[in-house]
Design a protein around this ligand. Structure first.
Ligand code: SAM
Length: 228
């Protein structure tokens, strides 16, 4: 049984993929895909001892050791050339961490695998990394589960693609157009939060004018997108 969030990620993994799932904790995603016969091979990478042991346990329990290789490694160091990975999933972490894993593991991206990323926060930073590295978003999802709102970013190497706009980086080119109820809810909440912070800082009279204006601009930008 996979969470709604990881089901959304799984739906973007191509049939017969050779998958690397980085930060796999329990390996639920590769185990699910292998049991369904959707993937031919997977590497499940984990940096932390406990989650690595969970992953190992899950794969042995499900009799999937022939399909899923469990590796104790930092980020894309889990991937070897001979694995011939064509799809990478990195899910359930902050955007900055996902970006660092991609940046530090650039050498492992020479075959230009499809990337399916699920940052919990800081999505804009992930979109910027993708753009700088000639990855182009091909789909985005937004879902609400257990009071959390999650985004899924799907990207392919596409050097010819045009550079996204500032609003695309911030809000997502697909999400901005789809206007899913979860998208509206997320940004309404963000605007309310920013307004509260701004009010408190104004009261304390400690905020430099430039910072105040920056926050006001952010709020205006969000309200602009919401009222589009
Ligand atoms: N991917 C699963 C999911 O989405 O449900 C598990 C998410 S869990 C919150 C994040 C996992 O990433 C943790 O188990 C953590 O140990 C692992 N992690 C963090 N940094 C990592 C890195 N540099 N390389 C590999 N794994 C990492």
């Amino acid at each position: 049984h996979l969470s709604k969030r990881l089901l959304k990620v799984a739906a973007h993994v191509p049939l017969n993929a050779r998958l690397a799932d980085i930060g796999s904790d329990h390996a639920y995603l590769p185990a699910y895909l292998a049991l369904k016969g959707c993937i031919t091979y997977a590497v499940a990478g984990e940096i932390a001892e406990g989650p690595y042991l969970n992953t190992l346990h899950e794969i042995r329990n499900e009799n999937l050791t022939k399909i899923v290789q469990v590796r104790h490694a930092d980020g894309l160091a889990a991937v070897e050339k001979t694995d011939q990975i064509d799809t990478i999933t990195i899910c359930g972490m902050g955007g900055p961490l996902i970006r660092n894993i991609l940046e530090n593991g650039k050498g492992k991206l020479r075959m230009h695998p499809k990337l399916i990323l699920q940052p919990n926060v800081g999505e804009a930073q992930v979109r910027r990394w993708l753009n700088i590295n000639r990855y182009h978003l091909t789909a985005e999802e937004i879902i609400e589960e257990d009071k959390h709102i999650y985004e899924v970013l799907v990207a392919q190497y596409q050097p010819e693609a045009k550079t996204p706009s500032e609003l695309d980086f911030q809000f997502g080119p697909f999400l901005r157009k789809q206007r899913d109820p979860a998208f509206l809810k997320k940004w309404q909440a963000e605007a309310i939060k920013l307004k509260k912070v701004l009010k408190q800082l104004e009261k304390a009279r400690e905020m430099p004018l430039a910072q105040q204006q920056k926050m006001q601009n952010e709020i205006r930008q969000i309200e602009g997108v919401l009222s589009d």
